[in-house]
Design a protein. Sequence first.
Length: 404
Amino acid sequence: MSPPVSADALLAEARSALASGNVAAAKARVDRASAQLEPRHAELLFLLGNAFAERNEPAAAIAVFERALKLAPGNPSLLNNLGLQLDAIGEPRRAERCYRDVLARRPGEISALANLAHLLFMQERYGEALELYDRLVAGAPEAPADVWNNRGVCQKSIQNSAAAEESFHRALALQPDSPQVLANLGFLLYELVRYDEARPLLRRAHELDPDRLQVAAQLLDLNLQFVDWGDFDLLRAQIVEGVRTLDGHPRQTVPPFTFLAICDDPSLQRTAARSFAWPAAPGAQSATLAELASPAKRLRIGFVSAAFQEHPETRLLIGLLERLDSDRFDVYAYALKSADAAPMRARVAKVTRGFREVERMSAGQIATAIRDDAIAILFDLAGHTAHARPDVFAARPAPVQINF
């Protein structure tokens, strides 16, 4: 009888098999070695897991990293790389736990900060991601362009325009021909009505990425601000045709007000408006209106607005809110924009059962809060204006939703 093959030899054979493209043989060798593994084998498993990951075998990489973690619990490199592979197979919650485990032990671990920040950013949890990006650039000021760009997006989401502009400029200095960075800075300056600065940025972004409809539409709008009709027909034709085929490009979007000015086809206008709220990933289902509108219960109605302060919209609304029968209705307010204490904001808060500050929350988090509040009828008071969150309404957090 031949002597048993050692774990060291089996792991070496696994790496050799993987290097030659024989993934099945590599997995088999790892399985055979599992009964003989010792803590000293954690590093070999780490290298082997990375090799599986490089060959786009995330499930195999995860299995190897998890074996290694049993030998070296809490190892930050193993947890980081395990998190990356979990994210790759669509398990962001488990990936998040890996990164947070690392940061609980090593709060300044750059790779964990970067990975967790990116994970939260991709889930549009911008407020949480921003805190991590701030820690990341404090510890690694030489961070690459995408870190500064993503940080700028997060800062813009909480209306910190000055900080967002600084981050976008840092990203642009590192990657001057990035159409994404050029567009993000251009969009910001456009919103700040600094049209002369925004125009060349969006023109360059359009040159580098001519298929992005939002950039084309914003550039057309800027050209009209300068009474420049030179490219009008070309841009208009591209945008209108792009809207006709939006079903095949689900991540494209066109500002509805801009499109309203260049096309009078109602069906296309509706398509453009719907594109502005990118389809949300399927989430929890809202209760039905019948479940929420029982005669034995007070009907819960919610108002989503960025104007719960001294603003014409709220002045028109406050009289209605104060006159609603509190024996029949529970009112909830969801504030999309923070504001200093003001008498009008206090009046709104006084007549609500719940006044939620949601500016720093992702669309999914806001939708969850609305579902948790069991809102039966939800009013969108922001529409497509500044600070609007149509993506929240795309997630259908209430059975009845009304655009004001």
